[in-house]
Design a protein around this ligand. Structure first.
Ligand code: HAM
Length: 412
């Protein structure tokens, strides 16, 4: 920390170069997994019309009620920094007529998201997600494909102690009967509930399952479960998801109390939790949102997806990944050779070698030190006659070479 007032805002952070290698490994692994399953990258804006999230995420959610970074632009339009990606992807699906493409349309995304939450380990105001959405099919095969993507990523990265919890919220119509039951259960014991849960009995009773308030938890221990109220069709869909997950060798546990913080979910919901993380134990999660596209003004279109918190995955991994060093450091013992060095460095980079030279007027000794710091596998010491010495920094072997042959020599 230097200088007053010159710090990143509360709940945000910098990713310094020494921390970036781990992220790059994660993103590379994810891109590979998405590519193998036919998911393609989509990039949407970091801010959207506020109405998109109000309609998409839901007015009764914590996100819309308390956590959005909303501002007016110069034309007095209300804009919001995106708190999540699904609403934006659906907006893009509708706006670009993607329902005309072969279905389901399979997309992935990564980037920063913004929620005004109380910062703590694993919870930030600007964080990064990686996510996938498959839009346009209600087949349980899609549920299994989408869930497998995150399961594969977690396995590929070697994230320890992760469990997949699975539930179903049923379709919207079928849920109504259950919600009536749940509301009357909550009303019958409303004195034991937290203020927040009591205030939301009518608008969002499911959220009571997520409360860590002791009284509320006691009430919820006896609450009816949605899984016992599923319609025949929803129950059959859920059975097939479970069965195909078995076929795909994705282990899971059924959690009849599982709920999620966004209003758009229908049928399958899931959550990957990690026992190495504290209170913020969810690495990633998602579910079906069969009504969302229609609710946003598009044609009735079933869909499913998930998002995972990149910082949470990295916290759970807690590993050091060192970045690759340089192939070569060009040492310039005499200022007269600088022009030659500049030309050579440029040429070697065009050949695909990672090459640096001194940019700070260092002595020869200082240049060798710098070569060590950048973890160079070789140094090339230029000589006045046009030749040069190539030194292998690991073995110390040194030989005279023609600088033009260096690219091939290093490769071999
Ligand atoms: P979400 O559960 O709100 O879902 O967020 C997904 C993941 O983002 C969480 O599991 C967590 O790892 C990470 N995350 C959320 N908030 C924070 C935060 N403040 N700081 C750090 N990490 C955070 C969604 O966003 C849905 N759009 C997922 C989805 C996609 N559902 C269907 N498709």
């Amino acid at each position: 920390m230097t200088g007053k007032g010159l710090q990143a805002p509360r709940g945000t952070f910098d990713v310094l170069p020494e921390q970036a290698a781990q992220r790059e490994r994660l993103l590379q692994a994810a891109r590979e997994i998405f590519g193998l399953a036919g998911y393609r990258l989509i990039i949407t804006p970091a801010f959207e019309d506020t109405a998109l999230f109000e309609r998409g995420v839901g007015k009764s959610t914590d996100i819309v009620r308390k956590e959005m970074f909303t501002f007016k632009d110069k034309g007095e339009r209300s804009l919001t920094l995106r708190p999540e990606g699904t609403a934006s992807v659906c907006r893009a699906y509708i706006e670009h007529g993607m329902h005309k493409l072969p279905q389901p349309v399979k997309l992935f995304y990564t980037g920063p998201f913004f929620r005004h939450e109380r910062p703590q380990a694993g919870r930030y105001r600007q964080f990064n997600q990686i996510g996938a959405e498959a839009i346009g099919s209600d087949s349980p095969l899609v549920d299994v494909e989408v869930i497998s993507l995150l399961s594969d990523l977690i396995e590929e990265l070697g994230v320890p102690g992760v469990e997949l919890r699975l539930g179903s919220l049923g379709s919207l119509d079928a849920r109504a009967t259950y919600l009536d039951e749940l509301k009357s259960h909550l009303r019958s014991r409303d004195q034991e509930l937290s203020e927040d849960v009591r205030a939301r009995i009518e608008i969002n009773p499911l959220r009571a399952f997520d409360s860590d308030h002791e009284g509320t938890r006691a009430v919820m221990a006896d609450a009816p479960h949605l899984l016992d109220f599923l319609s025949e069709e929803d129950a059959e869909h859920f059975e097939q998801v479970k069965s195909y997950l078995g076929t795909a060798s994705v282990p899971f546990t059924i959690d009849p109390t599982l709920v999620r913080g966004l209003d758009y979910y229908t049928r399958t919901i899931f959550s990957f939790v990690c026992d190495r993380l504290g209170a913020q134990s969810e690495i990633g999660g998602g579910g079906r949102y069969d009504g969302l596209i229609e609710q946003l003004g598009g044609p009735a279109t079933p869909a499913i997806g998930w998002a995972a918190g990149i910082e949470r995955i990295l916290l759970a991994l807690d590993e050091e990944v060192t970045s690759a060093g340089m192939d070569l450091f060009v040492v310039v013992p005499d200022p007269e050779l600088i022009t030659k060095a500049v030309a050579l460095v440029s040429e070697l980079r065009h050949h695909g070698l990672a090459v640096e030279m001194d940019l700070a007027g260092r002595s020869v000794k200082g240049q060798f030190k710098q070569a060590d710091r950048v973890n160079a596998a070789h140094t090339l010491i230029l000589e006045p006659g046009g030749t040069a010495s190539l030194r292998n920094m690991e073995t110390g072997d040194q030989r005279t070479v023609d600088p033009k042959a260096v690219a091939n020599l290093i490769r071999s």
